[in-house]
Ligand binder design. Structure first.
Ligand SMILES: Nc1ncnc2c1ncn2[C@@H]1O[C@H](COP(=O)(O)OP(=O)(O)O)[C@@H](O)[C@H]1O
Ligand SMILES: [Mg+2]
Length: 310
């Protein structure tokens, strides 16, 4: 188990990470979700002993890795936010290079390269130079480099930023497969709530250097368990209808875009009669309505008053 205890990092006047606590157990996928500037990369940099904390500690099986970093190195793989590969080499050659600078024994390295290439789905590209790879393929190879020495823990810092949706899905599947096949524990950092929702067993939501919510998806969403978001589609836009909604005490967060209106309502409240009455009053036809369970994005909005992406 890795435990992060009261971890803080100050850069002169900026407190990038402020008294952060979390843990990750063997074999699980933990998400660190937060907007740009939340302090995710700084936390990761301290966890991987690239920078030292201003305060706090990181424990591996109860022993400090700040005091004794070498114990963590062979147990940890880090996939950095920036891609670090050699464009003039093939995938295999890149893996050979990174394995040899880690001084992996030749035979073990050759075995691991075959396994890793298969895991990241690049086994069929033996001759292609990395400079001709798509963004998604480079990302996967970047993950492969971190997996070479068979780490027990893998940290990924926003591995899908700047790539197309299809490659992104491929990466998410690769991450899930890695976790299932090699039982590697993964700390997955992202500002995309859909990714964290799909991948992670437990989630920490980070904002302005602090953890503002934590738990399983269900636990985090239960913060908003008392509310539902309702999406309404009308046949046409009606200003009168929207104005009438706004003054209903039972409804809040009314948002109108042309003929589509959303609002939140306390769970269990029967809002339908009001909706129908207001439609009739304003002479507008209700095309559809849909009641939505809260998302992680809704929780973030509720806690901070801001969207994850802006
Ligand atoms: N080396 C540094 N010097 C000064 N400020 C930094 C440095 N690294 C990060 N920061 C600041 O710390 C905050 C958190 O940054 P970062 O950890 O990169 O967030 P995230 O990865 O969540 O986007 C930001 O305000 C950023 O500008
Ligand atoms: Mg970052």
């Amino acid at each position: 188990m890795i435990e992060v205890v009261n971890l803080s990092k100050k850069f002169k006047k900026v407190t990038a990470v402020d008294q952060v606590n979390f843990y990750i157990e063997e074999g699980e996928i933990v998400g660190l979700l937060g907007p740009n500037g939340a302090g995710k990369s700084t936390t990761i940099a301290m966890l991987s002993t690239l920078i030292s904390p201003t305060e706090g500690d990181v424990l591996l099986n109860q022993s400090s890795i700040i005091k004794n970093p070498s114990q963590l190195r062979n147990k940890l793989g880090v996939v950095p936010q920036e891609i670090a590969l050699y464009g003039e080499l093939t995938a295999k050659e890149n893996l050979e290079f990174f394995g040899s600078i880690q001084k992996m024994p030749k035979r073990l390295l050759a075995e691991r390269i075959d396994i890793v290439l298969e895991q990241i789905g690049l086994q069929d590209e033996p001759k292609k130079l990395v400079k001709h790879y798509s963004g998604g393929m480079k990302r996967r190879l970047n993950i492969g480099v971190a997996m070479l020495h068979e780490p027990k823990y893998l940290i990924m810092d926003e591995p899908t930023v700047g790539i197309d949706p299809q490659s992104r899905n491929h990466i998410l599947k690769t991450v899930k497969k890695l976790n299932e096949q090699s039982n590697v524990a993964i700390i997955y950092t992202s500002h995309y709530m859909e990714e964290v929702d799909y991948l992670c067993d437990r989630i920490y939501i980070m904002d302005k250097g602090s953890i503002i919510a934590s738990g399983t998806k269900e636990e985090i969403k239960s913060v908003l368990a008392s509310e539902n978001t309702v999406h309404v589609k009308l046949e046409r836009h009606s200003k009168g209808f929207v104005n009438d909604l706004i003054i209903q005490p039972m409804l809040s967060n009314i948002n109108a875009k042309e003929a589509e209106v959303t609002f939140t309502v306390a769970k269990g409240m029967n809002f339908l009669p009001i909706l129908l009455t207001l439609c009739e009053k304003n002479n507008v036809i209700l095309k559809s309505f849909q009641v939505e369970e809260p998302t992680l994005e809704d929780v973030f909005l509720h806690l901070t008053g801001r969207a994850l992406r802006n």
